[in-house]
Structures are given as C-alpha cells and as structure tokens.
Design a protein around this ligand. Structure first.
Ligand code: ADE
Length: 231
C-alpha cells in the first residue's frame, strides 16, 4: 500500500515513518511512504503555498490551486484523498480498517490557520480529525492515520495473531472492548504481584480472566464503547 503525505513541513513526517515497525515495513516493501513538500507545486519566485484570507482576518490559508496540483501529481488509480482537519468527523479504528484495503492513501496536512474551503468541498474524498483539540498543523494527525492504517496492512505486524485481541478491534457481532492488562517478569516487584491466574498455565481460565477484565475495564473507562453512554 502506498501513502503520500503532502505537507509544508516534510521534516516532521520523515522520522516517524522511518523507524520501528513502519521503517521495517518500508524496507521490506510492504508499504511505500512518500513525503512531498507542498511548495514544489507553488508558483512564483517565493513558492508561496498560502495566502491571506478573503474577507480579512489573521493568519494564512492554504491555496486551493496549489493543493490541486499536488493531488493531481501524486494520485494513482484507486487512490483516496484525505484532508486532516480539526473540524471534521473523528478518525476511528473502523476508518483505519476501511482505509487499509485501498491501494493509495493521500494525506493532506492542513495549515494550522486554515485551508481554502474548496479543498474540502471539491478536491478531497473525505476529511478526518484525530480528536477534539487543535494541533499546530495536520502533520501529526496525518502520521496518526498513517500509523493506524499501515499496521493493518498484511505483513506489517509480524505477529498477525496480536491484531485479533487488541483494544478497539471490532469483532463481528460484538461491541468494542479495551484490552485486558498484560504483565511480564518479574513476578513480584515492590510487593506488586502478577495475578495468579496468569501463572497457572490454564489457558481456558486465562481466556476467561482476560475477557472479564476487558469488560470491566471498558465499563469503567470507556462505557461509550459498550453503547451505555453514547458520545
Ligand atoms: N489539524 C490540527 N488539529 C487537527 C486535529 N485534531 N485533527 C486533524 N487535523 C488537525
């Protein structure tokens, strides 16, 4: 799967997509991540990709013509274009699952002060927010989406089994649940003990304990996931 990030700040995007799981997946050819400087599609000697807003006001707004040229230059058949925007529906695991099945995802990093509304209205397939807070730009949001989608691409996580049990993964016919707590050695630390059942070797009991803890945690911390407290 190919990811194209279009940004005014390529340096923010390079490192997170170059190390650890994403870095290995790139090296193995499982994902192709391309970071593009939006200014290369801006005209004039100053290569200006933003301009003052019509109607006045402070700040600069990303230009629709520059973003259009960028999208046309990088898109391939079957691609989906997404604008990162705090004023958009919230990105969820279900979106990551949906986006992980396409061949190319183009992520457009918005400017903290704004993007010409015609980008959202005419150029992109959808807009996504990663949460109810405002970042200085869309780069960190684009990386969150990239990371959440890329790890679902077959082969990116070496251990495919770990996908089934984790938090936020929908299982058919079930509500989403938070993952049960995990422990590793030492068995006792500062008097803090690992739950006995995990040391028992009884796989069925471990499964039941995890299911019960998962439900209890979800009820306590995220009742909205069980439909008890819809947000
Ligand atoms: N740009 C600035 N804040 C953002 C957010 N919360 N989600 C997506 N893009 C953003």
């Amino acid at each position: 799967m190919r990811f194209d990030l279009i940004t005014l700040h390529p340096a923010i995007c390079e490192a997170p997509a170059s190390v650890s799981i994403l870095g290995r997946a790139r090296a193995a050819g499982l994902i192709d991540v391309r970071v593009h400087d939006l200014r290369q599609w801006a005209g004039g000697a100053r290569r200006q990709a933003d301009d003052a807003p019509y109607g006045g006001g402070s700040g600069m707004v990303l230009k629709v013509d520059v973003v259009d040229r960028a999208i046309q230059a990088v898109r391939t058949p079957g691609c989906r274009t997404v604008l990162l925007d705090p004023a958009a529906p919230r990105f969820r695991q279900a979106d990551a699952v949906r986006l992980s099945t396409i061949s190319q995802l183009v992520l457009i990093c918005g400017h903290y002060e704004g993007v010409d509304a015609r980008v959202r209205d005419h150029l992109v397939d959808e807009s996504l927010s990663i949460g109810d807070y405002v970042l200085t730009g869309g780069e960190l949001a684009a990386l969150v989406v990239l990371d959440a989608v890329a790890r679902l691409v077959p082969g990116v996580l070496g251990n495919a089994g770990s996908l089934d049990e984790e938090s936020f993964t929908a299982r058919e016919g079930e509500h989403l649940r938070l993952e049960a707590p995990q422990y590793t050695r030492p068995r006792s630390y500062q008097g803090w003990e690992v739950p006995e059942v995990l040391l028992s070797g009884h796989h069925q009991q471990v499964r039941e304990w995890r299911a019960a803890r998962s439900l209890e945690l979800t009820r306590r911390l995220r009742p909205d996931l069980l439909g008890d407290d819809p947000d």
